[in-house]
Design a protein around this ligand. Sequence first.
Ligand SMILES: [Zn+2]
Length: 81
Amino acid sequence: MLRFHAPFDGKRYIGDNRLRIFHDCAYEAVSTGPDGCGIDRIPDEEVRTFEPDTMSGAVLWGFVHCPYCLQRRQSIQSANK
Ligand SMILES: [Zn+2]
């Protein structure tokens, strides 16, 4: 889900500066446990957004895709084929 408050500002791709990973909010894996994306557990000062707000934009900055939302995106996309 998109978050429209700071520091997210409605961006789709959200980076975590501590882990150098980024999340795709459109396929966010929501979990109350330790697994899942945990975007809400990233401290505000460690949140990173990208310009352009694209996957390749995030990769360009040296971030890697979070495995949880990557897996969700791949399974949803392959189910729609
Ligand atoms: Zn994620």
